[in-house]
Design a protein around this ligand. Structure first.
Ligand code: X8Z
Ligand code: ZN
Length: 623
């Protein structure tokens, strides 16, 4: 998401924060402080009562401005033109200016004894901006223009392939289906040609946001981003490392197995049997989810999977709207209210042919109440079946917390926001559920489908983990100055190797800016949230299935139709950001810690199977 205004993937609320793939009001909040902060501050005395009045006033102003900024952001994201970009940058700059002004003013109450709710809101005001602008004339405008331009450059990117200009969605479909390494290489390299023009803009954005972050008392913008988790920035960095060490053995096991199968398929010249995997062979433009190459790595020593969701959807003649209606059906089966009529009137669920849009999927709440929508260029396939549930999760969360005060209208943390829909999709992916909704004729009996099913899931969920970590490890280093603009690309490639064990298909050109070819970098959406979500969703699943009295293997559990689980789930969502996230986690799961043992539980049978397949192999990729 962008910031405050805009966007990202779930937009939501207006919150100052806005975050990421939720947009609401702003995502990126680029905030720039207003020159008049000190004059205005005198309006609210530095007392407990003054603090409360300040917060009430701030919430009113932010709410009004965020609704306006969100509507403008929606207009730009669904119709990119010179004018809509102009409007968005201006609205974003204004929102950012207000956000920065309020963040600075909030500091006046640092030493005042205030009630806990007011203290939490004062803290959230300070942390809410994704990209704070420096407090000097023109800075918010410059930052905002750059950020809109980066996002629009990405969204309108095209490159020539076989004599035609193609978009990212076309290229992604071709990459998912192609088993020809010269074609996958061309697609991988072709998409990355859109990024070099973004590099200087990105470097300037880093400078400006860092200056703004320092004015708010943070070491740099990375430290600001790491401070949104009810612990210190350093504690949070250590926490991500702890979790990564917990899941890394699973990833190494999967990497080892997949590498061997790719080597069998393509031979040593394309994919050697040792060392890193060639990134373009994995069926996804960023090699972040590998489910599209299931057919290449499917087990040969056990019966094949009895179905492919891609085929089931096509055979049943699903279209984009039916995908979304099906997703809604899962949520309503939990006792949650149907989507409002305006959702269907105002959402964008396929790519319009007559204009440029931001295709990267996102979920929005435009008014902090019931004007919820999604924006997707939906394809009828298994990947987007998952994405539809993901986006609706953002919308259901947004609606659940709409009665919270403005500053609490957000996820318990941004990882929760990303985990809600993925958790629901874990049930919606089971053969039992696909059978219940008439997509799959027969539920495979016994354990026949367990390994094929879990392998498909692991190709998406386990493969994602190092990617979910490496994007922000790169950005944290960029914001801290550890990585300079001249080193941007080599540092990115080094992270691919270090965390994912991947290499690009060939040498990268001297002007390459590969991070710019991943939406969340030009879109300025923090990414660690997805790493967290890939752990939380399994914690949610384990807790929900326990509540449902399920005693079988975790991966076969579906909570479809379970109103009691739905009630407890919604109770967590209604809390929004009003309490520290461990309390929200506890409300639903009884646990207060992020814990990857749920990932281990879910994938246990597969991990044992992979270990067996990898026996005698030299796993890992370090030279
Ligand atoms: O950006 C998204 C969502 C919107 S918040 C479609 N995701 C990440 C990505 O695509 O890189 C979901 C999974 C990870
Ligand atoms: Zn999302």
């Amino acid at each position: 998401m962008k910031n405050l205004l805009l966007t990202a993937c779930a937009a939501g609320a207006l919150a100052i924060s806005l975050s990421g793939c939720q947009s609401m009001m702003g995502g990126e909040a680029v905030a720039a402080p207003a020159a008049s902060a000190s004059a205005e501050s005198s309006q609210f005395p530095a007392t407990a009562e003054g603090a409360r009045a300040f917060i009430a006033d701030a919430e009113t102003r932010l709410k009004a401005l965020s609704e306006e900024a969100s509507r403008i952001a929606w207009t730009r994201a669904t119709n990119i033109t010179f004018d809509t970009m102009w409007l968005e940058s201006r609205a974003n700059a204004e929102y950012t200016e207000l956000g920065v002004q309020l963040a600075n003013e909030a500091a006046r109450f640092n030493d005042v004894q205030v009630d806990p709710v007011t203290r939490r809101k004062l803290n959230l005001l300070r942390q809410g901006l994704v990209l704070p602008a420096p407090n000097r004339p023109g800075a918010a405008d410059e930052l905002s223009e750059i950020s809109t331009r980066l996002d629009s450059t990405y969204a309108t990117g095209r490159f020539e392939h076989q004599g035609r200009q193609i978009t990212l969605d076309e290229a992604s479909r071709m990459l998912a289906a192609s088993r020809d390494p010269s074609e996958t290489e061309a697609l991988y390299e072709g998409w990355r040609t859109i990024a070099p023009p973004m590099r200087d803009d990105y470097a300037r954005l880093v400078e400006l946001a860092n200056e703004g972050s320092r004015e708010l008392g943070y070491a740099d913008t990375g430290a600001l981003w790491r401070s949104g988790y009810d612990m210190t920035a350093d504690e949070f960095a250590a926490e991500t490392e702890r979790l990564w060490q917990q899941v890394k053995p699973f990833y190494e096991n999967l990497h080892c197995y997949v590498r061997a199968r790719l080597n069998e398929r393509y031979g040593d010249a394309v994919q050697p049997a040792t060392g890193p995997i060639r990134a373009d062979l994995l069926g996804n433009m960023w090699s972040q989810q590998w489910g599209n190459i299931y057919d290449v790595v499917a087990p040969t020593n056990i019966p094949a999977s009895s179905y492919s969701l891609d085929n089931l959807l096509t055979e049943a003649n699903y279209d984009a709207e039916r995908m979304v209606r099906t997703g809604e059906g899962f949520y309503t089966s939990l006792g949650l209210a149907p989507l409002p009529q305006t959702f269907w009137e105002r959402s964008m669920i396929t790519r319009p042919q007559d204009r440029e849009v931001v295709c990267h999927a996102s979920a929005w709440n435009l008014d902090g109440a019931d004007d919820i929508r999604i924006k997707m260029c939906t394809n009828v396939n298994a990947e987007d079946f998952q994405t539809v549930h993901h986006e609706l999760g953002h919308n259901y969360y947004q609606r659940a917390y709409k009665n919270q005060p403005f500053l609490f209208q957000n996820g318990a943390n941004d990882g929760f926001h990303e985990a809600i829909g993925d958790f629901v999709a874990l049930s919606a992916s089971t053969p039992t559920y696909l059978n219940q909704i008439g997509l799959l004729d027969q539920v495979p009996q016994g354990d026949a489908e367990d390994i094929p099913f879990l392998l498909k899931m692991a190709l998406d969920k386990i493969a994602f983990l190092p990617f979910g970590l490496m994007v922000d490890r790169w950005r944290w280093d960029v914001f801290s100055g550890e990585v300079s603009p001249a080193e941007y690309n080599e540092a990115w490639t080094a992270n691919m190797l270090r965390y994912q064990g991947l290499v690009p298909p060939g040498p990268r050109p001297a002007n390459a800016f590969d991070p710019g070819a991943k939406y969340h970098v030009p879109g300025n959406t923090p990414y660690t949230r997805y790493f967290l979500a890939h752990i939380y969703q399994f914690q949610f699943q384990r807790a929900a299935c326990r509540q449902a009295g399920w005693t079988g293997p975790l991966h076969r559990c579906s909570i479809y139709g379970n109103g009691e689980v739905g009630r407890r789930f919604n109770a967590m969502m209604e809390m929004g950001q009003s309490r520290p996230w461990p309390e929200a986690l506890e409300a639903f799961t009884g646990e207060r810690q992020t814990d990857a043992s749920a990932v281990a539980d879910y994938f246990a049978p597969l991990n044992a199977w992979l270990t067996e397949q990898n026996r005698g192999k030299n796993c890992g990729w370090e030279a």
